[in-house]
Design a protein around this ligand. Structure first.
Ligand code: ADP
Ligand code: MG
Length: 392
């Protein structure tokens, strides 16, 4: 750990970070985050863990520049979370479902891709790869409103990766997933780590993320109660365990004799190691799969999208974003300039209660791939004008 800290750049630096919510009369209502200090280093997977209401989502929203801290200092990539350059490099999976329910899976990814000024061809290719990766290729033409909770998490994850971000912030990515889906999300997080991505993941179910986190921060009542690697936090240094192949009774007897002689009055025990229920469950399912047992539900993906496995090139998104628009592109100038901001704001707007639902006209004909961009532009302009109207 010390090595990692010494060599790797700091991605997130929080000093004395606090957030107090106030009520209508400006009286303090909840101190959601209370004076927290932490760092996240490049390439780390950090778990922000804690029970419901402990301040995880509030911290995440401050990281994204969606909420202003009441006090303290927060930098991401050495800049303010509100800086557009910061937002460009972040992928975010919100806790609540925020999807436009009438858009299909493919249109959803295409829409979020368009906010990053990706060309129609690039959006198409990334969307297909991401759908494959999260196991939703079969549902690509289905409106996301019909998706189960697990499917909604997967499309959300795909959305978070459309801009090939270097920092991913995933708020409760495993919530509502069955153990298989949960395992897939964890595998995906591990693949992203291999590619050099930094990941912050929150969870109230500790076992869900335990095996992927390099380090965890445990929050309770808006304060950090413990932080460290799982080894540091979970190892019991006062006890020893020896694991061997199954011992014959006479050998066990010999071992016990030695232990009794040496430990005197101290207690000790010999037992069989136990796998955890998740491991067991996955074994059962994998065996059933190997035996070709048909399941009616989920089709698992698990292949990481090609563009994400190419050697890490943190400049590519920037290049994508700063490249001259292609002739076919008609996205509004201000949208292009503020793309990452618009994306964050769209997500923020969608996760608030009164999120306007965009109404999309019935499509009689299936759009050709070339027409996709126009479709998206139309939707986007409509969406923007809807939003403007709403706020007036
Ligand atoms: N917009 C808000 N207004 C008032 N209180 C809030 C708001 N958002 C969160 N809180 C309060 O802040 C605390 C932390 O919430 P949150 O960060 O959502 O916790 P977690 O994500 O760990 O479940 C809770 O007590 C919650 O009620
Ligand atoms: Mg939360």
């Amino acid at each position: 750990m010390a090595d990692l800290k010494a060599q790797k750049p700091v991605i997130i630096n929080s000093v004395g970070l606090s957030k107090e919510f106030r009520d209508f009369w400006n009286r303090p209502k909840a101190r959601a985050v209370n004076d927290i200090d932490f760092q996240v280093y490049e390439g780390e997977i950090v778990g922000l863990l804690g029970p419901n209401g402990s301040g995880k989502s509030t911290t995440v929203k401050m990281l994204l520049g969606l909420l202003y801290p009441t006090a303290g200092n927060l930098t991401i990539f050495g800049r303010s979370p509100r800086d557009v350059k910061t937002k460009e490099q972040i992928g975010y999976l919100p806790e609540e479902s925020y999807l436009y329910k009438y858009l299909t899976a493919l249109e959803t990814l295409d829409f979020f891709g368009s906010l990053f000024n990706l060309s129609a061809a690039e959006r198409r290719s990334r969307s297909e790869q991401l759908l494959e990766m999260v196991g939703l290729s079969h549902a690509r033409k289905r409106p996301v409103g019909e998706f189960s909770k697990g499917m909604a998490r997967r499309i959300g994850l795909a959305q978070a990766m459309i801009n090939d971000p270097s920092l991913l912030i995933l708020d409760e990515p495993t919530s509502g997933l069955d153990p298989l889906g949960c395992k897939e999300v964890k595998d995906l997080i591990m693949l992203l780590k291999k590619r050099g991505k930094t990941v912050v993941v929150t969870s109230h179910l500790l076992s869900d993320v335990e095996d992927v986190c390099d380090r965890v921060i445990i929050l309770y009542g808006g304060k950090i109660r413990a932080t460290g690697t799982l080894n540091e936090l979970l190892t019991i240094p006062e006890e020893s365990r020896i694991t061997t192949p199954l011992l014959k009774p006479e050998i066990t007897e010999k071992v016990l004799k030695i232990l009794r002689e040496n430990l005197k009055d101290e207690n000790f025990s010999i037992d069989h190691p136990r796998k955890n229920l998740e491991e067991f469950f996955l074994e059962v399912i994998n065996k059933a799969k190997a035996d070709s047992v048909e399941t009616a539900g989920v089709v698992s993906g698990g292949r990481i999208a090609d563009y994400l496995t190419h050697p890490s090139d943190s400049k590519s998104v920037l290049e994508e974003l700063t490249r001259a628009p292609e002739p076919v592109q008609e996205l509004k100038e201000e949208v292009l300039e503020k793309a990452p901001e618009v994306k964050m704001e769209k997500i923020q707007e969608l996760v608030t209660e009164e999120a306007p639902e965009i109404k999309i006209q019935e499509q009689e004909e299936k759009p050709e791939p070339e027409k996709d961009l126009n479709e998206v532009n139309k939707k986007l302009s409509q969406l923007l004008s809807d939003t403007n109207n709403d706020s007036q």
